[in-house]
Design a protein around this ligand. Structure first.
Ligand code: PMP
Ligand code: GLN
Length: 397
């Protein structure tokens, strides 16, 4: 038999699936893959359920049902003052995952360079490579994950077509500052390229941190493809409804990419999401307040156990340094031991790095879980951490 696609053959199964399967196998509490263990808003679910029964179950329009495109436009105006034409500047996709691929497909030709920021979400790099484009990786470093400006500037060049980045950022919990975004905007304009903005955690920010879409910066309206996800904004990760806002000059190619990937997205889910995006401001404020309380609960518990807990300004995730616990192995060994022995699952942060020399002593915990689940996970971790401490003391004695 001839060899299959070499890039896919060389890519492993996503770490989220691997760790969720391991959690299941060992009966572990899964703080790995980022999904809430509670349902999204009842009115959104009711709207989707009702929509299944009113006879509109055939292919919806290619770029999304009108009510969702209008709701995306209204949401852009309400939260960010972005004016977008719902008929020409919004494309609905089957999740942000598809949206990311569609935006990359819309602009990249083989040989083009695409700037990516590590740690990065796991679909970015394979898709850039599958398109024959050349990734240029720039690395953020813990514990502050600040943007390394000189390195970022050096990654841009005459062949740069696009930058793809994520704020609020998975797995770091970083929210890019206005100054960092201004620096990126200047580079994008100077090199006449596009920005693909993965903003799936746009409403999940804490401690007064505000998400700023790159698209709102001067000169960036026409250059940005801004991606949102109903999965994150409505705690319905299984729905896989994403939405792209971009200039009318970009939307046709984005739509053609979508036409070749999935063509359309289930209409009842789209109509549910339209109801969600029109919910009042209180819903969105409540979402981040609830998550902030969960973040605080898990962060406090992990810090009390001795983890080095890095600050989280947004997203579903806390990154922790496990070296203070006395664990000598790498993050993959740590997350495996945690799952098998303590029966709690986390994600090794090296999964978000593609180039050599990534820091290998961080584990990511998801806090989008009920309080009882967070408490149960902490209760399971305590004896495990304590027994490791005893082993260390014995070894030292
Ligand atoms: N981007 C990032 C940074 C994510 O964490 C996720 C998580 N699922 C996605 C994209 C994909 O979102 P969706 O589930 O809407 O495809
Ligand atoms: N975005 C989720 C995470 O980072 C997982 C999505 C997936 O499983 N592909 O945990």
């Amino acid at each position: 038999m001839q060899p299959q696609n070499s890039l896919l053959s060389a890519t492993g199964t996503t770490i989220f699936t691997v760790m969720s399967a391991l959690a299941l196998e060992h009966g572990a509490i899964n703080l790995g893959q980022g999904f809430p263990d509670y349902d999204g808003p009842e009115d959104v679910i009711e709207a989707a359920a009702a929509a299944l029964k009113d006879g509109r179950n055939q292919y919806p329009p290619l770029t999304g049902v009108p009510e969702l495109r209008q709701a995306v436009a209204a949401h852009n105006r309400r939260f960010y003052g972005i004016e977008a034409d719902p008929n020409a500047e919004v494309v609905v996709t089957s999740g942000a995952t598809e949206a990311i691929t569609a935006c990359l497909m819309a602009v990249l030709n083989p040989g083009d360079e695409c700037v990516l920021i590590e740690p990065l979400y796991d679909t970015y790099l394979p898709v850039v490579k599958l398109l024959g484009a050349i990734p240029k990786l720039v690395r953020l470093n813990p514990p502050d994950w600040a943007l390394p400006r000189a390195e970022l500037a050096a990654a841009f060049g005459p062949k740069t077509k696009a930058i793809l980045f994520n704020t609020p950022m998975n797995p770091t919990g970083k929210v890019f500052t206005a100054a960092e975004l201004a620096f990126i905007a200047e580079l994008v304009q100077r090199h006449d390229c596009y920005a693909i903005c993965d903003e799936v955690y746009e409403h999940l920010t804490f401690d007064g941190w505000k998400h700023i879409p790159l698209m709102t910066l001067p000169g960036m309206r026409e250059r940005c493809m801004r991606i949102g996800s109903a999965g994150k904004t409505f705690s319905l990760t299984g729905w896989k409804v994403g939405y792209i806002t971009c200039d009318r000059s970009l939307a046709p190619n984005v739509a053609k990419a979508h036409q070749n990937l999935t063509f359309t997205t289930p209409p009842n889910l789209q109509r549910g999401v339209a109801v969600g995006l029109l919910k009042d401001d209180g819903y969105f404020a409540g979402l981040s307040a609830h998550l902030q309380a969960k973040r605080d609960r898990l962060a406090k518990g992990l810090a009390e156990l001795g983890f080095g807990v890095l600050p989280t300004q947004g997203s579903y995730f806390i990154t922790t340094d496990f070296r203070p616990l006395g664990f000598n192995g790498d993050d993959v060994a740590f997350c495996r031991a945690l799952t098998e022995e303590a029966k709690v699952t986390a994600i090794p942060v090296t999964a978000f790095y593609a180039s050599a020399g990534a820091p290998s002593h961080y584990a990511r915990f998801a806090f989008c879980k009920g309080e009882a689940v967070i408490d149960a996970a902490l209760a399971r971790l305590r004896p495990w951490v304590e027994s490791r401490g005893r082993q260390l003391t014995a070894a030292a004695g």
